[in-house]
Design a protein around this ligand. Structure first.
Ligand SMILES: [Zn+2]
Ligand SMILES: [Zn+2]
Length: 318
């Protein structure tokens, strides 16, 4: 039955009233803020939901990755030195000073510079931890409740309140001049506290495409990707591995920029020396980053690159 013109007027009035937008939560989400936490760690928030990626604030004086990676001990560091067989406790004061809330923690892989702080953060914030079986087994060792664990393998595309998340199969940085390889996975049944060795079986590597209404962020936890898995994605923001091992990859920056259709904004990630405390100079890492900036300028001249400072919120705008 056709409705009378009067009924249509009433409907039109409801749709155009200033209150009508309140029925659509995504309309509130017009701005995102990104904050760099160091290493491969980020906080992303729309004011309602807070997502952390590989949050690692302890920055312990631990063993360097094979071949150096982006971590090496700095002169004059008087903090305790940790070996692989040591139990390293997270720096609770550093975490609590900067991480006040989280709804989701996305973990790219189970290496200590990505996962050491996640059990404490998960227990403190009750955030859901999204990661591989290896990652979730580390959470289980620290008694993070099962309902907080969302185990993925890559290929999932999940809808959450206010954003969607595509989990992308990826590969680890080619450390040690391409000699790094690990098929190790953290087994079930471990009991906390874990040694650094137990916190460091890679368990496979993932990347994440996080889609908010006005921005799509592609987040990597290191310097590598599987081209067919990212080709055709159109993020406007990329957290892109910018460590030295990218130079072992064929046309790393050129292929990524082309495959992603020249994203508007790139933030280099995992470029700093994560074995140095926050207050140490990162000048050598910043100097090394210059070649990355040049690569982007050549491969994608219109892309803006922002080199983040620790804990300085960066609003993305609309
Ligand atoms: Zn790693
Ligand atoms: Zn790492």
């Amino acid at each position: 039955m056709l409705q009378s013109p009067a009924a249509w007027l009433v409907i039109a009035a409801v749709l155009t009233s200033p209150l009508a937008g309140q029925n659509f939560p995504e309309e509130k989400t017009d701005s995102l803020t990104l904050t760099y936490l160091g290493a491969a760690g980020w906080e992303i928030t729309d004011g309602t939901t807070t997502i952390l990626i590989d949050p690692y604030l302890s920055r312990i004086n631990g063993p360097p990755p094979p071949g150096g990676g982006s971590g090496h001990a700095v002169a004059g560091d008087t903090r305790p030195v940790y070996k692989w067989t040591d139990i390293a406790r997270p720096d609770i004061a550093a975490i609590d000073a900067h991480i006040r809330r989280a709804d989701f923690v996305l973990v790219t892989h189970t290496h200590y510079d990505h996962i050491l702080d996640v059990p404490h953060i998960a227990l403190k914030t009750r955030a859901s931890v999204i990661g591989t079986e290896s990652t979730e087994n580390v959470m289980r060792a620290y008694s993070v409740p099962e309902e907080q664990l969302i185990t993925v393998r890559g290929g999932e595309d999940y809808q959450f309140q206010g954003f969607s998340l595509k989990v992308i199969p990826s590969i680890h940085s080619p450390l040690d001049h391409k000699h790094y390889f690990s098929s190790a996975t953290a087994p079930p049944g471990m009991k906390a506290p874990l040694t650094l060795e137990q916190m460091h079986p890679e368990g496979g590597t993932l990347a994440y495409l996080i889609r908010f209404p006005n921005h799509q962020i592609l987040a990597f936890g290191g310097n590598n990707y599987i081209e067919r898995e990212i080709s055709g994605l159109e993020p406007d923001v990329v957290l892109m591995g910018a460590g030295a091992s990218r130079k072992d990859i064929y046309d790393y920056t050129g292929r990524l920029m082309r495959d992603l259709h020249y994203p508007a904004l790139v933030f280099p990630t995992h470029w700093d020396n994560f074995l140095a405390p926050y207050e140490a100079s990162q000048q050598p890492a910043l100097d090394a980053l210059q070649s990355f900036l040049k690569e982007i300028a050549v491969a994608s001249p219109k892309t803006r690159v922002i080199v983040p400072k620790y804990f300085e919120p960066i609003p993305l705008g609309k």
